[in-house]
Design a binder for this molecule. Structure first.
Ligand code: COA
Length: 320
């Protein structure tokens, strides 16, 4: 089978790639491609957030520059009928970031033949400028990718290991919060300042300069698959936000994804993340979701919640 590589055209392609990810998410024996949340999040949050990271105010030009860089680095493969059959991209459009150099390959199950070419594109264009290397994560049961990485001279690292965990959505308990706390969605109170703060504090950043800019949070709210009523916060008795999470729904695969989830350090181990996650799952179930997968989250929390382990993935590194 043949396919043609071309540049990414944001206006034309964002939703087409999203649809491709939804269609292929469950097309493999076990998921291999990104879910729609990661695609939305990469463009509408990670890029603008990193562009302004550590800077005063919105640092608008830097945020827009990071979005542009991210878009410029995406490549699409289309078959003869013009259908997307592969996408290669990065997640972190900042060459000084530790995580830069990671290659993400999204593929169609009928186009294993493109894997080698897609990985080669990443090797050529995504090398970390100082570390002089690229890397990819591969699930241990993804024989095709493991074979391509080995043949191309990548070395598998035994550590660290990530686990694909999954939660089957069955009966869900009603809301139960400590006295004085209440659950809201951003549809009820869209307070961007408080939302930036809980995002920063929830991910252990006490310094406001490291919180998302107001622009990056508004940009996230413009993502096509973001909905205010799927963005949950728990309000503390002093009216600050104590915990937050966003749920994303893929109606094609009937899968819910969570990205991100965090609790302010002053309010941890009170069951708030458990409660907000149940709220997100109740919403997802109303929408039609049957499962929630999770890879790369804080595993002790998800395992305690009831997520079950499915499989492992390892990093593969190629040094130049
Ligand atoms: C992970 C996190 C969201 C948990 O928030 P929380 O509100 O404290 O969670 P809960 O109180 O509902 O914890 C429920 C259970 O999860 C497990 N758990 C939570 N934090 C844990 C920790 N630091 N170490 C080990 N187990 C933990 C425990 O079993 C806990 O029950 P217990 O307190 O009765 O022992 C919070 O620590 C956090 O925001 N961390 C930084 C951001 C992050 O890693 N987010 C998740 C990745 S997407």
């Amino acid at each position: 089978m043949t396919a043609r590589r071309r540049s990414y055209e944001p206006d034309r392609d964002f939703l087409r790639v999203r649809d491709f990810l939804n269609e292929t998410y469950s097309a493999f024996d076990a998921p291999i491609n990104w879910g729609l949340e990661r695609w939305n999040y990469a463009r509408y949050f990670v890029a603008p957030f990193l562009g302004a990271y550590g800077k005063e105010g919105d640092a608008l030009e830097d945020s827009l520059g990071a979005i542009q860089l991210w878009e410029d680095m995406v490549r699409i493969w289309e078959d003869n009928a013009g259908r997307i059959v592969g996408v290669v991209c990065i997640e972190t459009p900042d060459p000084t970031d530790q995580q830069y150099g990671e290659i993400f390959v999204q593929r169609h199950p009928d186009h294993v033949d493109l894997l080698d070419e897609m990985v080669a594109f990443g090797e050529e264009h995504y090398v970390h400028p100082e570390r002089n290397r690229v890397y990819m994560w591969a699930y241990e049961d993804d024989a095709d990718l493991n074979a391509v990485l080995e043949a191309r001279g990548f070395a598998r690292r035994d550590e660290p290991v990530l686990h694909h965990l999954e939660y089957a959505i069955g009966e869900l308990p009603p809301l139960e919060l400590p006295d004085g706390f209440r659950l809201l969605t951003m549809a009820e109170e869209n307070d961007i300042e408080k939302r930036r703060e809980i995002f920063g504090r929830g991910f252990n950043h006490p310094d406001p300069i490291e919180w998302p800019s107001a622009f990056s949070y508004r940009e996230l709210q413009r993502a096509p698959d973001y909905h205010l009523e799927n963005d949950f916060v728990i309000v503390a008795p002093d009216e600050t936000y104590a915990s937050c999470c966003i749920v994303w729904y893929d109606a094609v695969s009937r899968i819910a994804h969570l990205e991100p989830l965090g609790t302010h350090p002053d309010y941890r181990r009170k069951g708030l993340a458990t409660q907000i996650q149940f709220a997100a799952l109740r919403r997802a179930k109303e929408l039609g979701a049957t499962h929630m997968p999770m890879t790369g989250g804080f595993e002790p929390f998800y395992r305690a919640f009831g997520f079950e382990e499915r499989r492992k993935e390892h990093p593969w590194v190629k040094e130049f």
